[in-house]
Design a protein around this ligand. Structure first.
Ligand code: 7PJ
Length: 286
C-alpha cells in the first residue's frame, strides 16, 4: 500500500516508511522526560529550549512527525489530570509550531487536551485509547487532523497485571477494525487514519512478538500501520539492558515491523531508525 496520510493541510507521503520522533513531557517517562526537566527545579517543568533542540535534531535526522506526550502511559503509571497535561503539552506544541515545519502529533485521550493541542497547531492525535473517551470522536470528526488508533487491553496502571487473549492477533485486529468503523461512521476520512497494535499495552512478551510476527495481517484493513517498539520492555526483557542501551534490539524489532508492512515507526532514536528504513527499503527493491 502506498498512500498518503492527511494531517490537516499536510500530506505525509507513506510510499516509503517514515519516522515519528518521541518528545516526552512526563517526569517519569522512562526515556527522555527527565532529561528535559529544568535541572534546578524540584517540581517538574519541561525545559522548552532543550525540548526544541531535541525536536530540531530529530527533524534534521529525518523525522516527519513529532509525537508530544504529557500523560505517562508506562505500565503502572497513574493517570494525569487534563490541567497537568495541558500545562506540559501546549507550550511544547507552541514552541515547535513556531520554529519547525513538521507534523506535530499529541499523545492524549482527552477531548479537552485534543482541542487545545489542535488550536495550538497540532496536526495529528495519537490516542492509546483509540477515541473511546467521552466526546473525543465528535471533536475529532469536526477537525481535519490525522489520528492514530491504538489497541490497549486495560488501563496503564494495571494493564500488565492480568492479560488475557484467546487469540491476540485476532482480538487486536477485531478491535482496530471496530474503531476504524466507528471513525468512518462519524465521517472521518480513511486518509486521516492509522492503526497501531499497541506493543506493551496489556500484552505479554509472547503476545508482543506474535503481533510483530503477524503484522502483515493488519494490512487487510488498508490503513497505514504505526508501530512503537523503541526501548520497550519487550526489547529489555530479551537483551537485559537499561532503557538507554536498547537501540540495537529496538532496531532489530523495527526491521521486522518494516518487513511486516509498518508505515510509521515511533522512536526515540530517529537517526538510527532512518538508517534501518533506508537499508530495508533498498533491500526490498532489488
Ligand atoms: C506507544 C504510544 C505506542 C502509540 C507510547 C513508550 C510508552 N503511542 N505511546 N504506540 N507507546 N501510538 O513510548 O514506551 O506503542 S508510551
Amino acid at each position: 500500500m502506498t498512500s498518503n496520510l492527511t494531517a490537516g493541510d499536510r500530506q505525509i507521503d507513506l510510499s516509503s516508511p517514515v519516522c515519528m520522533g518521541i518528545i516526552n513531557a512526563t517526569p517519569d517517562s522512562f526515556s527522555d522526560g527527565s532529561e528535559l526537566k529544568l535541572s534546578d527545579q524540584s517540581i517538574f517543568k519541561v525545559d522548552l529550549n532543550k525540548t526544541l533542540q531535541r525536536a530540531e535534531w530529530m527533524v534534521a535526522a529525518g523525522a516527519l512527525i513529532l509525537d508530544v506526550g504529557g500523560e505517562s502511559t508506562r505500565p503502572g503509571a497513574a493517570t494525569v489530570s487534563e490541567e497537568e497535561q495541558l500545562s506540559r503539552v501546549i507550550p511544547i506544541v507552541e514552541v515547535i509550531r513556531s520554529n519547525i515545519d513538521v507534523c506535530i502529533s499529541v499523545d492524549t485521550s482527552s477531548a479537552v487536551v485534543m482541542k487545545a493541542a489542535i488550536a495550538a497547531g497540532a496536526e495529528m492525535i495519537n490516542d492509546i485509547r483509540a477515541l473511546t473517551e467521552e466526546g473525543v470522536l465528535p471533536a475529532l470528526a469536526k477537525s481535519s487532523v490525522a489520528i492514530c488508533l491504538m489497541h490497549m487491553q486495560g488501563e496503564p496502571r494495571t494493564m500488565q497485571q492480568t492479560i488475557e487473549y484467546a487469540n491476540v492477533v485476532d482480538e487486536v485486529y477485531g478491535f482496530l477494525e471496530e474503531r476504524v468503523g466507528q471513525c468512518r461512521a462519524a465521517g472521518i476520512k480513511k486518509e486521516r487514519l492509522c492503526i497501531d497494535p499497541g506493543f506493551g499495552f496489556g500484552k505479554t512478551l509472547q503476545n508482543n512478538y506474535e503481533l510483530l510476527k503477524n503484522l502483515a495481517n493488519f494490512s487487510r484493513l488498508d490503513i497505514p500501520i504505526l508501530i512503537g517498539l523503541s526501548r520497550k520492555s519487550m526489547i529489555g526483557d530479551l537483551v537485559d539492558r537499561a532503557v538507554d542501551q536498547r537501540l540495537a534490539g529496538s532496531i532489530t524489532a523495527a526491521v521486522h515491523g518494516l518487513i511486516g508492512g509498518a508505515n510509521i515507526i515511533r522512536t526515540h532514536d530517529v537517526a538510527a531508525t532512518m538508517d534501518a528504513i533506508r537499508v530495508n527499503s533498498f533491500f526490498q527493491q532489488v
